[in-house]
Ligand binder design. Sequence first.
Ligand code: BTN
Length: 243
Amino acid sequence: KNIIHYDSIHSTNSQAKLLCDEGLQEGSVILSEEQTSGRGRLGRNWSSPKGSSISMSVVLKPEINPVHVAKVTQISAAALSLAFEEMDIQCNIKWPNDIIINNKKVCGILTEMSSELNKINYVVMGIGINVNIDEEAFPDEIKSIATSLKIEYGKQISRKQIIASFLKYFENLYFEFINTGSAESSFEICRKRSLLLGKNIYVIRGSERTPATAVSIDENGELIVKYEDGTLSNLVSGEVSVR
Ligand code: BTN
């Protein structure tokens, strides 16, 4: 398989998109030791310190309706949790895209797509993992919400092992989705490890926070929430927090 490794790059997702426009093949993996303008969801920055984090983007060209692309994020979250479990690391999945240990974020997923009408040109699935980052290296404003595997487990963790194990699980779950049209086994893993299900949460839209309860993750991978007036709603993606 095609693995491209950089010492430093602006963003592995942005670089993957540039290379896709030049015809980069499906299954290619872009890795970088550091990102100088790593991107998170909702226009946020993502910091990836040199050598102690994983910044990885996987190029996919699924022949599916673009409306189903959000499922890829959850397939990836499920695969990450299996990879962590294999290394005796216990984590939760915070729908739709965060991996959480001890209530702090250790990993985020940013899935981006280029499509025309109902046809996908490519999908870039990017993962950032805080692996061997020391506590002092986190900026003060995120210390209370972010952590690394090293902080939680008190030892260096092999980045190679995480990447290899993740790719193995991701490949299985992803092809199951492509071949059967169903990502149910990934959703089942997301439910089992969910940080949100059964909890009181806020659904966040811009500056508005609406209290609700996280009821279930349905067969499409959507989060079903119940508002305080009793109405149910499906979230396809978006932002929620635990109350
Ligand atoms: C989030 O939690 O908001 C998503 C963070 C995603 C970060 C990864 S690091 C590799 C890839 N390249 C980027 O610029 N972002 C993603």
